[in-house]
Ligand binder design. Structure first.
Ligand code: ZN
Length: 222
């Protein structure tokens, strides 16, 4: 009887040891590896700084269209390291939501890009300064005619922000107004980050201003 019990105990111990061995040696590394892969994919840090001016204007077709540039001869830049190229590529990757809070918006290429995103189903919202809405080359009217919601302040103070949020995950912020002058003339900077602490704070600011500049509150137009 004792012999049988001991045999059962030994077999039990062996089974437990085997199971523990399999878990530790085989399954645990697999679990840890997969978990770390998932983590690194989700938490991949993006921190990029762009400086303007670029030496020449960038080809928006090359960096912000599905088919790329199909011109036989293109006089615009196809250089991917240019700040404009990186900005266009970054905005072009928007899938669901683009929030733009910009003091001056006159760059036609960026206007085209925003309208194309809107037409492809991206929810685009734009906030700008009231004094810039009717400025020469302003894209705001064009955006509104395309069906994009654009709001502005109604005060003598300036809505002087220059930031955009892509899919509520990526913040683009700096001194850069969305103008050709800022692209090829001025010394400007942009910082691009997916750090959620910054993205969340700027998203909160956007929502605050979006609600504050609701045209129903001051009888403006959208
Ligand atoms: Zn081109």
């Amino acid at each position: 009887m004792n012999g049988i019990l001991s045999l059962k105990k030994v077999l039990g111990l062996l089974l437990t040891s085997c199971t523990t061995y399999i878990i530790i040696k085989k399954l645990l590394p697999y679990y840890v590896r997969n978990k770390s892969l998932k983590k690194s994919k989700n938490d991949e840090k993006i921190l990029k700084v762009l400086f303007f001016p670029d030496p020449k204007p960038t080809c928006a077709l090359k960096f912000a269209s599905r088919n790329g540039c199909t011109r036989a001869r293109c006089n615009l830049s196809h250089e991917p390291s240019f700040a404009s190229a990186q900005l266009l590529s970054c905005l072009f990757r928007t899938k669901h939501q683009l929030d733009v809070c910009i003091y001056v918006f006159t760059a036609i290429e960026l206007g085209d890009l925003v309208i194309n995103l809107h037409r492809s189903g991206v929810n685009v919202r734009v906030i700008t300064d009231d004094e810039q809405v009717d400025a020469s080359s302003s894209q705001i009217d064009r955006l509104r005619q395309a069906g994009i919601q654009a709001r502005h302040d109604a005060s003598s103070y300036l809505m002087h922000h220059k930031f955009a949020i892509v899919d509520k995950k990526l913040l683009i912020n700096g001194s850069f107004n969305w103008t050709l002058t800022a692209t090829t003339g001025n010394n400007e900077n942009l910082m691009i980050t997916n750090d959620s602490e910054f993205v969340d704070k700027f998203s909160e600011e956007f929502e605050k201003l979006w609600n504050l500049f609701d045209p129903k509150l001051f009888n403006a137009t959208t």
